[in-house]
Design a binder for this molecule. Structure first.
Ligand code: 2RA
Length: 334
């Protein structure tokens, strides 16, 4: 069976990446229903040699879809998710709108794909895709938590400008070309800079991006006792988000056993050969679907504690690929 797939936000960076990933992974597509705002109406979208024209979202458009991938921001998701679900589509939502809703599963397939389905075996009508910086971290935490029980994670991120979509990428290019705007997309100049401020500050002194890493990680891992202590930073790169992780376990570990565990875990590629200058970087993770792990080493100054460095393409595993992997779990179940 092949499926009709609607993509809301199809002209954005993530929307376009969703098309690429559906194609590359041979997702059984009968028809693409490309949805965008009035501004992008009638634009040509090519998929596997066919051309589809963008439409604005309507209940009629969603009634033609089996699966609706949403990536047009939380406002559009709030407006259209229930409409799409009531029209018969399963919504996979890349926005933050429903992530912490207790009735909506928040899914990273390598970690909790069982959450996609209800007790009767049918899929939930709205499934949330987590934030990019959370996704790549939980893929790596899951096998380690199962084996050694994580007590606390201290994470510092180095996040690509593409996390803010096309405007984020364009802002860097404009600044590099010497065109300095009146107000900055990344709050401050991002060219030649690092800005420890992603999304808005909360009353507790952390940013919303940081609190997503705290709350979403607990929900996906199903463990409210996990401590996550984040600092999220925007840097002027494309290709992926980097994260330095310091992880304290309940139990001690053997470093070689731990590396073997990561190598064998789904969705992870270990790139760790310091003698040959091999470790993950945004440039080498660009357009890849896995989470890359390197610099794996013991924290010698704290018991049962590990340091490592992970990178993933935020538009791929951090957004489009994770959404398509969720859709793959629906194949044969709709
Ligand atoms: C960012 N995490 O990098 C966001 C995107 N969802 O800005």
């Amino acid at each position: 069976k092949a499926y009709s797939v609607a993509i809301l936000g199809v002209t954005g960076l993530v929307g376009r990446t969703m098309l690429d990933v559906l194609d590359e992974r041979d997702f059984p597509v009968r028809e693409i229903i490309p949805l965008a705002s009035e501004r992008s109406l009638g634009r040509e979208i090519k998929f596997r040699g066919k051309t589809f024209l963008t439409e604005v979202p309507t209940s009629e458009a969603f009634s033609r879809a089996d699966i609706a991938l949403f990536s047009a921001g939380a406002g559009a998701s709030r407006q259209w998710a229930a409409v799409a679900a009531d029209s018969g589509a399963i919504v996979i939502d890349n926005s933050s709108a429903f992530r912490m809703d207790p009735h909506v599963p928040l899914v990273v397939p390598e970690v909790n794909s069982e959450a996609i389905f209800g007790l009767d075996g049918s899929p939930c009508k709205i499934i949330a895709n987590p934030n990019c910086s959370t996704i790549q971290m939980v893929v790596v935490l899951k096998p380690l938590h199962d084996k050694f029980r994580i007590r606390r994670v201290v994470v510092s991120t180095y996040q690509s400008v593409t996390g803010k979509g096309k405007i984020g990428r364009d802002a860097l290019e404009e600044e590099l070309a010497g065109r300095i705007p009146e107000s900055f997309v990344h709050v401050h100049q991002i060219a030649f800079n690092a800005v420890p401020h992603i999304d808005v500050f909360q009353e507790n002194g952390y940013t919303k991006e940081e609190m997503k890493m705290v709350n979403e990680t607990r929900k996906i891992m199903g463990d409210e006792s996990l401590s996550v202590s984040p600092t999220t930073v925007r840097i002027p790169v494309y290709g992926g988000h980097g994260e330095a992780l310091n992880i304290e376990f309940d139990n001690d570990f053997d470093i070689e056993e731990l590396k073997g565990l990561l190598s064998g875990a789904p969705g992870i590629v270990v790139q760790d050969d310091p003698s040959a200058n091999v470790y993950p970087m945004p440039l080498s993770s660009y357009e890849k679907d896995e989470v890359f792990v390197g610099r794996i080493r013991r924290d010698f100054w704290h018991p049962n504690t590990l340091n490592m460095w992970i990178v993933a393409d935020n538009l791929r595993k951090g957004a489009a690929t994770n959404a398509v992997q969720i859709a793959e779990k629906l194949v044969g179940r709709l």
